[in-house]
Design a protein. Sequence first.
Length: 244
Amino acid sequence: MEKKCSAVVIGVGPEQGLGATLASYFATKGLHVYIAGRSEDKLQRVVEKIRQKGGSATAVIADATVERDVAHLFKIAQLDGYSLDIAAYNVDSNIPSPLLETDAKTFTTLWQQNCLGAFYFGKEAIHAMKDRQKGTVIFTGATASLRAKPPFTAFASAKAGLRALAQGMAREFSPQGIHVIHAVIDGVIDGERARNQFPDYVKAKGQDGLLQLDAIAETYWAMHNQHPSAWTHELDLRPFKEPF
């Protein structure tokens, strides 16, 4: 009998955020979810919410930019004996900065969080999935993955690197049964961060002007369940009101 399956989601912050929503959604589908982030308090609140709904989850403190933290996260997941079914990289750090005001530290930090951490995470996920020749690795991208626009040039360069990483992994590991996905979030997510940081913008977008958290999670799950003869590698998600 096959082992019970699990999911690993890194970049879990507030309860009303994409990382927490993905973890909660995967848990409702019967997966044991390992959630990782830098804030123990936030992680524990998400775990408690998942358990209240009848799911199971484990919180792991991890900084995606620290290789040993990412390795430790996957080690814990493997020691528990679950088969890894989904790994989602949801770290999305952005710092608006005009190019001439962008220092090397800012540029490097954005690259580490959006690209280097994804490399660490993707490598560990593939190691965990390759023996079964089965599993889904999802990287959450952004509009900036496809085009750069000031004052987000540094952010865009990092997100473009993430896209290239995902594409290379898909070409290398799809023949081995591992589904690698790059999901472009082209719009603003209706979550705690947006509502706290730019409430006027959120209000201006109006009804159906923001991406809904559960709707994104449903799409990620649908891609995970695709037949291998018709896999999606890259897709973009945006509200129907959003211009493109």
